[in-house]
Design a protein around this ligand. Structure first.
Ligand SMILES: CC(=O)SCCNC(=O)CCNC(=O)[C@H](O)C(C)(C)COP(=O)(O)OP(=O)(O)OC[C@H]1O[C@@H](n2cnc3c(N)ncnc32)[C@H](O)[C@@H]1OP(=O)(O)O
Length: 419
C-alpha cells in the first residue's frame, strides 16, 4: 500500500546537492554507494540543475529524477521536442510513498509548459510508467548469430559492390559519426538526437566511473563513391574449445547504417572475422534486416525481444500533425488523460500531402487513454490489437481498422539509443 510522505521535500537540486544526489542514484540502481569527485564533476558538466529533481528526507536525498532536452523523429522524418526522462531512482527505504509520482508530475508539468510535444524514457520495468500516460512506442530485439550455420561463403574478402570497410580509432569515429548519425536518425522514426558527449562516451574520450572502459574495435563502411554510410563498434572475447577450435564471440555495441548496403556489408564483415563463431547483434529494431542477410536466417536466433522507448504524448495536435500518413482518412479520437495534460476530442484528417488535427465536438470514432496513443504514435502498435485487448474502445464499428490503415507504418520504428 502506498503511504504518502508529505514531509519529504521534492525539488530541483543545486550543484551542492550533486554528491548526495549521486549517492541516492547509485543506491536506487543497486550500485555501490561510493561516489567519487570525478563522477560528480562529470555529472555537473551535463545535467541541468533545474531539470534534475531530488526528494529529501531530513536533508538526505532519497530519490532522483532527471530530464533533458531531446529531439525525436516522427513518422515521415520531422523531429519534435521531447522531454527525455532518465535516472529515476527511489531508495528502497522510501518506496511506494508516492515519490516517483510527485517527481513525474513536477517534470511533466514543466515539460507541458515548455511546449514539449512528448516525453520519452526507457523503462527499467514494464509496469512502472503506464500510469503516467506512457505507452511502449518502440521495441528492440537482440540476435545471436551462429556463424558456422549461417551458410555464408567463408572465402568472403570484403564488400563486392565497390565499397570498403576499414578499422578506425575513436578519434575518427568522433569525426565521422555525428554527421552520419544525423542522416540516419532523421530518416528513422523513433530515433533521438545524440550530443557530443554521446560520441565521447561511446569512444572512451569520456570514461564513466560506473562503467569500466574496454576499447572496442570500430569499423567504417564507405560506399563505392567513398561516402561514409555505416559505423560499427564491437568487442571480441577470447574463447577456445577443448579441441583447440576458436569459439570467439563478437558483441556489437552499436551499429548504424544509412543504407541497406552498408548494413549488409557490416554484418557480413562481422560474420567473416576469423575465430568468430558467434555474433551478438546488440539492440536492433524488431524487424531488422539482419536475419535475412544470412542465407539461413535461422542461424540468427532472437535472444531478447522487449519494449524499448516509451512515449507520453503531451500535445495531441502537434504530435499528430508532425507525422505523415500513407493513407487518407478521418478519425475522431477521444483521448483520456487522467493527469490533464493532453486529453480531449480531436479530429485527425490525414492525407499523403499533410495532416490536420483539431479539437472537435463531433462524435468520437475511438476512445483511448493517452498511453495507448503513445504506443500508436510512431506506427508500431495496432489499434485493432488494442481494441481486442479492451484498451481502445471502438465507438464506431471498424474505426480501429481505419486507425491502423492511417497510423501504422511499413517498417517498425526504432530507437537505437539507451538514455
Ligand atoms: C527512466 C528510468 O530511469 S527507469 C529506472 C526506474 N528505476 C528503478 O527501477 C530503480 C528501482 N526502483 C525504484 O527506484 C522505485 O521503486 C520506482 C522509481 C520504480 C518507483 O518509485 P516509488 O516512489 O516507489 O513509486 P510511487 O510510490 O510513486 O508509485 C506510484 C504507483 O506506481 C506503482 N509502482 C511503482 N513502481 C512500480 C513497479 N516497479 N512495479 C509495479 N508498480 C509500481 C506503485 O505501487 C504505486 O501504485 P498506486 O498508486 O496504485 O499505489
Amino acid at each position: 500500500m502506498s503511504r504518502p510522505a508529505p514531509h519529504i521535500d521534492v525539488r530541483s537540486i543545486t550543484e551542492a546537492d550533486l554528491p548526495d544526489w549521486s549517492r541516492a542514484l547509485h543506491t536506487g540502481f543497486l550500485r555501490t554507494p561510493d561516489v567519487t569527485e570525478t563522477e560528480v564533476t562529470d555529472r555537473a558538466s551535463y545535467i541541468v540543475p533545474a531539470r534534475t529533481l531530488g526528494a529529501f528526507d531530513s536533508g538526505r536525498c532519497v530519490a532522483t529524477f532527471r530530464s533533458f532536452e531531446q529531439e525525436i523523429t516522427a513518422v515521415g522524418g520531422a523531429t519534435v521536442p521531447a522531454d527525455a526522462i532518465s535516472n529515476v531512482a527511489v531508495t528502497a527505504t522510501h518506496r511506494r510513498r508516492g515519490l516517483l509520482s510527485r517527481m513525474m508530475d513536477h517534470d511533466l508539468t514543466a515539460a507541458k509548459d515548455r511546449g514539449d510535444v512528448v516525453a520519452t524514457l526507457i523503462a527499467a520495468e514494464y509496469p512502472i510508467y503506464g500510469r503516467y500516460g506512457f505507452g511502449p512506442a518502440t521495441w528492440a530485439a537482440q540476435w545471436n548469430i551462429d556463424v558456422p550455420r549461417a551458410g555464408l561463403d567463408p572465402r568472403w574478402a570484403g564488400p563486392e559492390n565497390g565499397g570498403r570497410i576499414d578499422i578506425v580509432d575513436g578519434a575518427d569515429v568522433r569525426k565521422l559519426g555525428p554527421e552520419l548519425h544525423e542522416r540516419v536518425r532523421r530518416a528513422q522514426p523513433g530515433a533521438v538526437d545524440r550530443d557530443e558527449r554521446w560520441w565521447q562516451v561511446a569512444t572512451g574520450a569520456v570514461r564513466l566511473e560506473q562503467a569500466p572502459w574496454t576499447e572496442p574495435f570500430f569499423g567504417v563502411y564507405r560506399s563505392s563513391g567513398g561516402e561514409v554510410e555505416g559505423l560499427v563498434s564491437y568487442l571480441a572475447d577470447d574463447h577456445w574449445g577443448d579441441g583447440k577450435q576458436p569459439l570467439n564471440t563478437a558483441s556489437v555495441k552499436w551499429l548504424i547504417a544509412a543504407t541497406p548496403e552498408a548494413e549488409r556489408n557490416l554484418w557480413r564483415y562481422l560474420c567473416s572475422i576469423d575465430w568468430i563463431t558467434t555474433v551478438k547483434s546488440g539492440w536492433r529494431a524488431p524487424d531488422d534486416l539482419l536475419p535475412f542477410f544470412l542465407p539461413d536466417p535461422r542461424a540468427a536466433r532472437i535472444e531478447t525481444l522487449a519494449d524499448w522507448l516509451w512515449v507520453r504524448v503531451l500535445d495531441v495536435v502537434r504530435a499528430l500533425e508532425a507525422r505523415t500518413y500513407d493513407g487518407q482518412g478521418t478519425l475522431v479520437l477521444e483521448v483520456v488523460d487522467g493527469a490533464g495534460f493532453a486529453g480531449g476530442r480531436f479530429r485527425l484528417e490525414a492525407a499523403a500531402d499533410g495532416a490536420s488535427c483539431t479539437p472537435t465536438t463531433a462524435a468520437a470514432d475511438l476512445t483511448l487513454d493517452v498511453a495507448e496513443l503513445g504506443a500508436l504514435w510512431l506506427g508500431d502498435e495496432s489499434a485493432v490489437r488494442l481494441a481486442a485487448l479492451g484498451r481502445v474502445r471502438e465507438e464506431r464499428a471498424g474505426a480501429a481498422k481505419v486507425a491502423d490503415a492511417l497510423l501504422r507504418t511499413s517498417r517498425r520504428p526504432w530507437c537505437p539509443d539507451m538514455f
